[in-house]
Write a protein that binds this ligand. Sequence first.
Ligand SMILES: [Zn+2]
Length: 109
Amino acid sequence: MGKHEDEERRAKQVGYSRSTLRRLTFIREAAENEDLPAQVRDVAKAHYARAFEHGFRVMPAYEAVMAAWREHGVVWVGTCPVCGTTFEGRRPDARYCSSACRQRAHRGT
Ligand SMILES: [Zn+2]
């Protein structure tokens, strides 16, 4: 069983919603991303380690990782899954190059 499926299964057991699961995935990916400064990874690792504990709140953890990310001035370079453009994200979890592409992705066209 892959890490992603395992994470989904555990998230379902805890009752996390899909958007919460997306944030959790973001925290895990930050913890594993060797391109990030060690301080950002450490914040992400510490939070992800507790992610499935009773009473753990994902949103504050997510915000803590985002804050560390901004504090260390990390520039996110992503590839838009809709049009293939490489772009610099203002937010570390930015997925699409533009709102037009995001809307296209959500419409599924
Ligand atoms: Zn695009």
